[in-house]
Design a protein around this ligand. Structure first.
Ligand code: ADP
Ligand code: ASP
Ligand code: MG
Length: 407
């Protein structure tokens, strides 16, 4: 008898019929004698709908109240799923994050799970109940509702699987696994039967939304066997694995992209010690995270400094940079919101040379200008104009022959 945690995303519970279909799937696995915990997201579009309502009333709503608001989306789906299971004669109980005591810190909108109480869930499982838990939410020390960041139901599922030492955590979604790139951008993308944790972590951090990054971190840290599967069709999906042996040794495994960044440049600053700190210090003090950084020394002994931030921080970062420019006597400040970062990810990069040159050649052939480059051991990222997203991803997918059948 296995303990399985299943998570169903927004599209998978997007209508009453789909919730009924999920109930049937859950009942089937429960009837086989497994203990089952189910985590659900809000119905697709619901979290955005709620946020838009709040925005209409007050664009500066406090993060605490926004969490009270958006957590209701998941409360609807846990109850509807329990009601659907009742109708099938399958014993089930639904709980909000607070009720099963998913304890988090107080960082509203991006809270981190600290602890989960197991007693209630284990008691119900022992009594043969299916336990349904609202994804994306928890409760802090003050008793306030918190949420875990967009896509956070993945993290709820993995954290529960870790706490309960589940045999497997299954993430059911609207694609049948992790692909070589987002199949919505490149229809020739191919499902991977396995991918390493390291690669999945890099893909998630480079913008691939199929799994929330924290869920992958959790799974890696607590050794949770994690699988991504389709809610709508049978299949083995994609296993996220620690093993590299027996894996296809391609140069790269996947292409991720991130449309949520913006680029800022300050030109003509003095080339002297402490300059990077004077530019980036005020940005960091405002709690704005910086991703890529490039510095060029001009022929006139001055520096140009370019960096990227999350798009939601762009306006504030531009203001701060404008103030710094006045203090330093910089020549000009520029910003660009219409950029995208495309990243190649693969552990195969460690043993294959020439990945960067193949990447740059493929982009050059499409006349796509590279604005910034950054690399790590298993990743190469470039920033290009947003209008080149699809062309760039498809050109790279072809250049690295990612559409080929798996060996
Ligand atoms: P859910 O609501 O089930 O959590 P998400 O929309 O968060 O679903 O994640 C699934 C989506 O992730 C897919 O529909 C797909 O467009 C996107 N996606 C991005 N990159 C990939 C990838 N490499 N493999 C599979 N899906 C991807
Ligand atoms: N409903 C939340 C969101 O839309 C959490 C999730 O779906 O995982 O981001
Ligand atoms: Mg998701």
């Amino acid at each position: 008898m296995a303990l399985i945690v299943q998570k169903y995303g927004g599209t998978s519970v997007g209508t009453a019929e789909r919730i009924e279909a999920v109930a049937e799937k859950v009942k089937r696995i429960h009837d086989l004698g497994n203990r089952v915990v189910v985590v659900v997201s809000a119905m697709s579009g619901e979290t955005n709908r709620l946020l838009t309502l709040a925005e209409q009333i007050n664009p500066n709503a406090s993060k605490r109240e926004l969490d009270v608001l958006v957590s209701t989306g998941e409360q609807v789906t846990i109850a509807l799923l329990a009601i659907a299971l009742e109708r099938l004669g399958c014993k089930a109980r639904s709980y909000t994050g607070a009720q099963v005591a998913i304890r988090t810190d107080s960082a509203h909108g991006k809270a981190r799970i600290q602890e989960i109480e197991r007693e209630r869930i284990e008691g119900d499982l022992g009594a043969g109940q299916v336990v349904i838990v609202a994804g994306f939410q928890g409760i802090d020390e003050q008793g306030s509702i918190t949420t875990l960041g967009r896509g956070g139901s993945d993290t709820t599922a993995v954290a529960l699987a870790a706490a309960l030492q589940a045999d497997e955590c299954q993430i059911f979604t609207d694609v049948d696994g992790v692909y070589t790139t987002d199949p919505r951008i490149e229809p020739r993308a191919r499902r991977l039967s396995r991918i390493t944790f390291e690669e999945m972590l890099e893909m998630a951090s480079q913008g691939s939304k199929v799994l929330q990054i924290r869920s992958v971190e959790f799974a890696g840290k607590y050794n949770v066997p994690l699988r991504v599967l389709s809610s709508f069709e049978e299949g083995e999906g994609t296993l996220i694995t620690f093993e590299e042996e027996g894996m296809e040794q391609a140069k790269i495994s996947a292409i991720a992209f991130n449309k949520d960044e913006a680029k800022l440049t300050i030109r003509g600053v003095p080339d002297q010690p402490g300059i990077a700190y004077s530019i980036l210090g005020p940005i960091a003090d405002a709690n704005i995270e910086i991703d890529m950084i490039v510095q060029n020394i001009g022929s006139d002994e001055t520096n140009d400094f370019t960096f990227t931030v999350h798009r939601s921080d762009y306006k504030r970062a531009l203001e701060l940079l404008g103030e710094t420019a006045k203090i330093l006597g910089a020549r000009e400040v520029r910003g660009d919101e219409n950029i995208v970062k495309i990243s190649l990810v693969g552990v195969g990069m460690r043993s294959h040379a020439g990945v960067a040159s193949t990447m740059f050649e493929a982009l050059a052939q499409e006349r796509i200008n590279i604005q910034m480059i950054s690399t790590s051991e298993i990743k190469i990222s470039v920033v290009v104009a947003e209008k080149y997203l699809e062309l760039g991803v498809r050109a790279l997918h072809a250049a690295f022959q990612l559409e080929r059948a798996e060996a």
